[in-house]
Design a protein around this ligand. Structure first.
Ligand code: C2E
Ligand code: CA
Ligand code: CA
Ligand code: CA
Length: 273
């Protein structure tokens, strides 16, 4: 299959396009979208599971405001981005936009940012993140990078990058926990701070897969990992998770992903002053 190098975006290596993708022109469109700020971020609150449902922070979730198709969810363009390598400039856009946003929020606001396995194989990833933290005056401790469970199988260089990121002071979360095929030893091998219980287990029936939720709660406690239950949609799910020892959760029951201004309005008044 014919491959050719696309013109490099500032600060990125030359990207290689798949000819099929270029033929559909969506790859070229996405490249323009990154450059022209057609992407935007929504923020989904992460809350405590006790009565008060205090806001602990948010997860940044990318969207594409497509000129013809309107707002596109990540499922509509991330696979393409991964295949074409555009995930790297896209990820840098997400990082920069997230940190710029954090700079405008109260000091100490916590933000989870999704990264791609591909990011961890870019030798300058930690250096670039460090430069952005400096540029926007954001503390590394405000950031948790979410990586998917299947990711760390990629190889040794990724582990090195995870150590570099940890050394910067950012936290690392294992996303979609319970769905991947990674061995449990991964929890020891990867320097993690947090696991996010996949919604398949959050939403399971009481005597079925919810036992996985119970197991993960114990595991997280034993390994001193922060744990967040994802995809909580009902008060019953929230209550059951609380009983299982979960302290933090995310899901439509509490709040949908929302624009920055709406999330800012949820931050405690004293923090906003
Ligand atoms: P994820 O990281 O597991 O993010 C959670 C997804 O679940 C989000 O979908 C969110 O909108 C959705 N969600 C939240 N609460 C509920 C709920 O109660 N019920 C249900 N059914 N869904 C809920 P979204 O925004 O479409 O993102 C899909 C995936 O795309 C994310 O899954 C993540 O893997 C990826 N993604 C999103 N933003 C980024 C990004 O900036 N960079 C990278 N590399 N990946 C991203
Ligand atoms: Ca502000
Ligand atoms: Ca995530
Ligand atoms: Ca997830």
């Amino acid at each position: 299959m014919a491959m050719y190098a696309a013109k490099a975006l500032p600060g990125t290596a030359a990207l290689h396009y798949d000819a099929d993708m270029a033929a559909t022109s969506v790859g070229a469109e996405l490249q323009d979208a990154i450059r022209d700020d057609q992407l935007f971020l929504l923020f989904q609150p992460i809350v405590t599971l006790d009565e008060g449902h205090r806001v602990l922070g948010a997860e940044a979730l990318v969207r594409w405001n497509h000129p013809v198709h309107g707002t596109l969810a990540p499922a509509a363009f991330l696979p393409l981005a991964e295949r074409t390598g555009l995930i790297v400039p896209l990820g840098r856009w997400v990082l920069r936009t997230s940190l710029r946003q954090l700079a405008d929020w109260p000091a100490g606001t916590l933000l989870n940012i999704n990264i791609s396995p591909r990011d961890l194989r870019e030798p300058d990833f930690a250096t670039a993140l460090s430069a952005l933290l400096d540029e926007y005056g954001v503390a590394a401790a405000q950031i948790t990078l979410e990586i998917t469970e299947s990711m760390p199988v990629v190889a040794g260089e990724s582990f090195t990058m995870l150590d570099e990121l940890r050394a910067l002071g950012v936290k690392l979360a294992l996303d979609d926990f319970g769905t991947g095929s990674s061995p449990l030893s991964l929890l020891h091998d990867v320097p993690l701070d947090e696991v996010k219980l996949d919604r398949a287990f959050t939403q399971a029936d009481p005597d079925g897969r919810v036992s996985v939720a119970a197991g993960v709660a114990h595991l997280a406690e034993a390994l001193k990992l922060h744990v967040v239950a994802e995809g909580v949609e009902t008060p019953q799910q929230a209550e059951r998770l609380r009983e299982l020892g979960y302290r933090a959760a995310q899901g439509y029951h509490f709040a949908r992903p929302m624009p920055a201004a709406d999330f800012e309005a949820l931050l405690p008044v004293e923090a906003r002053a």
